[in-house]
Design a protein around this ligand. Structure first.
Ligand code: SF4
Length: 615
């Protein structure tokens, strides 16, 4: 019989917000006198899986926070979970396993157990095999759990791996996902942090040089940028244990990095994979994952309820299977619809009417100087913006949004100059602008709930469904996760009836599937309503998908930046990719963009022809 699990996502459960344990009040089982839903020891709802029947699907729908899951597990999933968070918590079935000599990627939606799996491999989490975790961990119980894993994976590569773990022949080093938590626990400079894990000055300097963070070493850790912090955390993971580590785990190693840094970090991580060393990386940027990994485990299941790791597949096959939503070897469909990319060539620049024009602009921001050559945003076009961090992309968007004023030159709406307000805010009376900034400070919304700030979006069923906003409506904005806040702010921006939409880094904090959903939504809405958008992002796949034209930022990070374009996609991409020394092709099956292997036949041919971008 098909097994079913019932789960309450404790961080979503809000008994006060639902008017007082709504599930207990509406559950058909509870009404019949059975204790299907009860108040748990933590004050949150608790579900009793044993007495939960199909009739409770109504209770699942009633929970306004989407905290209850009742899921039928795939028939093939006969084994017990490797780990379960409490009696009605998330279950992790099977694990991705490090492969020596390879970079092994992990791909899956948020909430599917990727970080949990990585923690089990890193031995930071002792699996309980579905039994409540025993209190007071001892050496013996740790050993027992490893023996169980060995038994569970008998006959597979995983068995060999966990035998090595048992025999202490594996030393694991892990770069955690949440690098922004580092300044909360460590005080001092970046170099002082690295000295805590490595006493060899030369090794610290070499790693810093390879990751291009030498200039940040003397900076206080609370003052470094997100991109620098990410690379400092990577350096710390690699320098740990005097280089004796043989399994490196990197949970989202490219968040906060621009494309150039992502490529650089990927090259750095790839060099760590040797016959006696394995590298595992959780990554949401599909183009980067494709470039970085030799093989990929897909994690599927239901977000917040359960997760399963597939067998490893060669990267290209794995990403295509992920997009298809179907694992052929395992005969497992994990998504009803496949995700397709268009094979049509990118639009060329065409004669067009301008919505916004600017003449040569200049802006001084401290020591940084931003210039922009004269350009315009044509009506009914989506203009992508690419460039390294620290080149003034966000400042340029703020000028268009009317939040800051150029020192020299001016911006024109049609024939009229744009009016800037002294204190920021959208001020042009000529056109309506809707702006999603890069940094969103959820604290500024005070006690407000999502429903309070999404008044317009709630009437737009397409936005609500595609961005999965419904379960977030009664949550406080200040309590949203990074990915949830991003989706809410995208919905808020797109719900406005504007002429120009400015979106600064909409892919940040989103998983691969959400990034594709946002790309498609954006493209469809701009096409349908004939609107103009400017989209800044580091996710090449998103920019490639949404853009008709491209602006490219060049210069020296934090010193000077120059905005160029908009160009046609072909010209803009060729110029940008040439600066990174990479070439792109389309995958012949899925049509998704892929970076050619450096110095491969295609890479060399495209470079000789000056065709860095497919056309
Ligand atoms: Fe309320 Fe949903 Fe929590 Fe039940 S699970 S108490 S309905 S928030």
């Amino acid at each position: 019989m098909q097994r079913r699990i019932a789960v309450i996502e404790k961080d979503k459960c809000n008994p006060t917000g639902c008017g007082g344990y709504l599930c207990i009040r509406v559950s058909p089982g509870n009404r019949m006198g059975r204790e299907v839903f009860v108040v748990g020891p933590d004050g949150k709802a608790q579900v009793n899986e044993e007495v939960c029947t199909d009739a409770e699907s109504i209770t699942v729908k009633k929970c306004p926070f989407g905290a209850i899951h009742m899921v039928k597990l795939p028939e093939k999933l006969t084994e017990k979970p490797i780990h379960r968070f409490g009696v009605d918590g998330f279950s992790l079935f099977s694990l991705p396993v490090p492969l020596f000599g390879q970079v092994n990627g992990i791909l899956g939606v948020n909430g599917i157990g990727k970080s949990t799996a990585v923690k089990v491999i890193a031995q930071l989490l002792k699996p309980n095999f579905g039994i409540s975790a025993a209190t007071g961990e001892t050496e013996e119980t740790q050993k027992e759990s490893i023996n169980k894993l060995i038994q569970m994976f008998r006959g597979s590569e995983a068995q060999v791996f966990f035998e090595k773990v048992r025999d202490r022949r594996i030393k694991v080093s892990m770069k955690p996902q949440a690098v922004d938590a580092i300044p909360k626990t460590f005080k001092g400079t970046a170099k002082e942090l690295l000295r805590k894990v490595c006493s060899y000055e030369k090794k610290i300097n070499d790693a810093a040089a390879a990751l291009e963070i030498s200039d940040a070493l003397e900076t206080d850790i609370s003052k470094v940028s997100g991109g620098e912090l990410q690379r400092i955390a990577i350096a710390a993971a690699v320098l740990k244990d005097k280089g004796t580590t043989n399994v490196y785990l990197f949970d989202e190693p490219t968040s906060y990095l621009d494309i150039k840094q992502r490529i650089k970090v990927s090259d750095f991580l790839r060099k760590l994979a040797k016959p006696e060393t394995a590298v595992v990386a959780v990554e949401h940027d599909l183009i980067v994952l494709d470039y970085l990994a030799d093989s990929v485990h897909i994690m599927y299941g239901e977000s917040g309820a359960y997760g399963v790791a597939s067998k490893p597949r060669p990267t290209r096959n794995a990403i295509n299977a992920y997009l298809e939503g179907y694992l052929k070897d395992e005969n497992m469909r994990f998504r009803q619809h496949g995700i397709k990319f268009d094979s049509k060539p990118p639009k060329k620049a065409i004669s067009r009417e301008s919505l916004v024009k600017w003449d040569s602009l200049g802006k001084k921001l401290g020591k940084f100087h931003l210039t922009a050559e004269a350009g315009d945003l044509p009506k009914k076009h989506v203009i992508g913006v690419l460039g390294e961090n620290g080149l003034g992309k966000t400042s340029f968007v703020k000028m268009l949004a009317g939040e800051i004023k150029p020192d020299t030159g001016s911006i024109h709406i049609g024939m009229r100059p744009m009016v800037h307000s002294a204190n920021g805010g959208i001020v042009s009376a000529n056109i309506r602008i809707s702006y999603k900034p890069q940094y969103i400070h959820s604290g500024e919304f005070g006690d407000k709930q999502v429903t309070d700030i999404l008044t317009k979006a709630q009437n737009d069923s397409q936005l609500m469904a595609r961005l999965e906003i419904e379960p977030l409506l009664l949550k406080k904005v200040a309590e949203l996760s990074g990915g949830e806040l991003q989706r809410v702010m995208i919905a808020k921006c797109l719900a406005e009836d504007a002429d120009l939409y400015l979106l600064d880094e909409p892919a940040a904090y989103l998983d691969a599937e959400q990034r594709i959903a946002v790309s498609k939504l954006l493209r469809e809405r701009m096409d349908l309503h004939g609107k103009t958008a400017l989209v800044v992002d580091h996710d090449l796949l998103l920019i490639d998908y949404v853009s008709d034209m491209l602006m490219v930022f060049e210069g020296e990070p934090a010193i000077k930046g120059e905005a160029k374009g908009p160009f046609s996609m072909e010209d803009g991409m060729n110029s940008f990719l040439r600066s990174l020394n990479i070439t792109l092709r389309r995958d012949k099956d899925s049509n998704r963009p892929r970076i050619n292997s450096p110095d491969s036949r295609l890479d060399r041919e495209q470079k000789v022809e000056g065709r860095y971008y497919y056309s």
